[in-house]
Design a protein around this ligand. Structure first.
Ligand SMILES: *Cc1c(COP(=O)(O)O)cnc(C)c1O
Length: 385
């Protein structure tokens, strides 16, 4: 059996080596390292893939969030609601811009922002909500867009983990993740579903005026060379990373299907096990059906009773099966983001999830033998407990 990796970037590269190498080589030969034609090509191709009017490439997914908030003109003191159970980048940029982060609990089944908790957190100062499409499944965008409309609030989708996922609303209409809110951000960090070979990110929007603002902000606030109209940042996707991404984009659906296929096999093995809770998908198919396109499984995350979770993680590592706990500490308990307004009673779900979640190896190169070994090792261990 091949050694199991949490993320197998080497195996993925082996398959597309000549295309990626040629694409990178072209940039080096042209010496168009910054804002070269590859960046523009990738931008256009991603716009077509997503069916969105504007993709604004930038340096990473964290910058993408920050620039989106700058572009929307959010001001110090404005409240921005986001999920307590996610990577810190989301709350970090809110705090950096002197906006007021308002963390709320998540749904225990989907791990995504809890709509009832959002409703309770809305005040006259609320200017934006940042749903994170955690682990590759969209948050409840229909409910969020309705709240946004009723309260005149912006929705910024943090799509770093969800690229390629489809969202289906209650009428059965589908839309790509990252194309539903007023603006969205994504990350091309190497381990993301569409990853480059360094740092990269992008912002998406259908709003022409906002797109224009964002294009200036990413480039020192310049709309005309050496004319700085607004305070901006230096956040560009470099051409070599764009070359990698442009070579990989045509494979994204195939990559996401490979992840779904692995998730289905995991689900099948764990189905109805009394001590293992498999990830829930909201479209009712439980992620097992062959046509499911709602979840892109950035992570495959189980819930295991707290008393066993850490022991299982240790056991898997002993068997050379990598695993991860995303995330081990709720954001409201992180030193940088502690706030006396938060009450523990409002974070019941996140406080429990941090004790129960465990993510198994998930990537595009997992084979059946590896999946069988992983599922058997997990089941044998929890059965003995
Ligand atoms: C990875 C990630 C980010 C940050 O992306 P970077 O490119 O690493 O800056 C932001 N939000 C979420 C949910 C992420 O998973």
């Amino acid at each position: 059996m091949k050694k199991i990796q949490m993320v197998d970037l080497k195996g993925q590269y082996a398959d597309i080596k000549s295309v990626v190498n040629d694409s990178i080589q072209e940039v080096i030969e042209n010496t168009t390292f910054i804002n070269g034609p590859k960046v523009h090509e990738f931008q256009k191709n991603l716009e077509t893939y997503l069916g969105i009017k504007h993709v604004i490439p930038c340096a990473n997914g964290t910058d993408a969030l920050q620039i989106a908030m700058m572009g929307l003109g959010l001001k110090p003191g404005d409240e921005v609601i986001t999920a307590d159970f996610t990577f810190a980048a989301t709350v970090e940029v809110i705090a950096l811009l002197n906006l007021t982060p308002v963390l709320v609990d998540v749904d225990p089944d989907t791990f995504n922002i809890d709509i009832e908790a959002v409703k309770k957190a809305i005040t006259p100062k609320t200017k934006a909500i940042v749903p994170v499409h955690l682990f590759g499944q969209c948050a409840n965008m229909e409910a969020l867009m309705a709240l946004a409309k009723a309260h005149d609030i912006y929705i910024i989708e943090d799509n770093a983990q969800g690229i390629g996922a489809k969202y289906t609303n209650s009428k059965g209409e589908k839309a790509m993740s990252g194309t539903i809110g007023h603006v969205a951000s994504t990350s091309f960090f190497p381990s993301k579903n569409l990853g480059c070979y360094g740092d990269g990110g992008a912002i998406f929007t259908n709003d022409d005026d906002l797109a224009h603002k964002l294009r200036g902000i990413v480039n020192h606030g310049m709309y005309e060379r050496y004319h700085h109209d607004v305070v901006g940042v230096n956040s560009r996707l470099d051409s070599i990373q764009a070359a990698v991404l442009d070579a990989k984009l045509p494979h994204l659906d195939h990559y996401n299907n490979a992840r779904r296929s692995a998730a289905r096999k995991y689900n099948k093995a764990f189905t109805n096990h009394p001590k293992i809770t498999t990830p829930k998908t909201v479209n009712g198919c439980e992620g097992i059906c062959d046509t499911c396109d709602c979840h892109v499984f950035h992570q495959y995350t189980l819930k295991i009773e707290h008393s066993n979770r850490d022991a299982l993680a240790k056991h898997l590592n002993e068997k050379e099966i990598p695993c991860g706990v995303y995330y081990p500490i709720p954001l409201h308990k992180q030193k940088a983001y502690i706030d006396s307004r938060y009450q523990e009673a409002h974070f019941k779900v996140t406080n429990q999830l941090v004790q129960e979640v465990i993510s198994l190896p998930m990537h595009t190169e997992l084979d059946d033998e590896q999946i069988e070994f992983i599922t058997k090792t997990v089941i044998d261990f929890v059965d003995k407990k």
